[in-house]
Design a protein around this ligand. Structure first.
Ligand code: FES
Length: 172
């Protein structure tokens, strides 16, 4: 077997495993198309985004038009069709946070991780930066959330420290 064959069978195995997990989620909801949003949520928790081939698979498994499944996945801001990093950094850019300097935090993250308003995810797929609207914790402005962890009254320095801690943890 040559290296190319080995590579393609490894990819095929990985894809088969992906679909096995998706099928488990679909079966948990008895292939019920009325549970599409719940299914998409669980699949997204699994992959951190909704890969296009997975959406097509879900449509087939639920016996729904592919366009309808894509329509739901693109309608809700909560769903992402783009791959995201292991750590999703959400910087709140709602009014209260903006007044308290959220733009500086966004610049700090961009500089630190070589990201920009156009490039949201680092090449190593470790971080994704998102500027989001009010996170409902205005009293703690400016607010930043990394995965499920909320950070309040974040200064640029604190932001750098938080990212450094993650990098250190990842490098150990
Ligand atoms: S404006 Fe940022 S939490 Fe409300």
């Amino acid at each position: 077997m040559n290296a190319k064959t080995t590579d393609s069978s490894a990819v095929a195995n990985k894809t088969a495993r992906q679909f096995t997990r998706v099928l488990e989620i679909i079966e948990k909801y008895n292939h019920d198309k009325k549970r599409l949003i719940t299914i998409l949520q669980e699949v997204q928790e699994e992959y951190r985004y909704l890969p296009q081939q997975v959406l097509t698979y879900i449509a087939t498994a639920l016996d729904m038009p592919v366009a309808e499944v894509f329509g739901v996945a693109t309608f809700y801001a909560h769903f992402s069709l783009e791959a995201k990093g292991k750590y999703v950094i959400k910087v709140c850019d709602g009014t209260a946070c903006h007044v308290k300097g959220s733009s500086r935090l966004i610049d700090t993250v961009c500089n630190k991780l070589k990201l920009s308003r156009e490039k949201h995810t680092t090449d190593d797929m470790l971080f994704t930066l998102e500027a989001v609207s009010c996170l409902g914790a205005c009293g703690l402005a400016p607010v930043m959330v990394i995965n499920d962890q909320v950070y309040g009254q974040v200064t640029s320095q604190k932001c750098e420290e938080i990212i450094n801690d993650i990098l250190q943890k990842e490098n150990n």
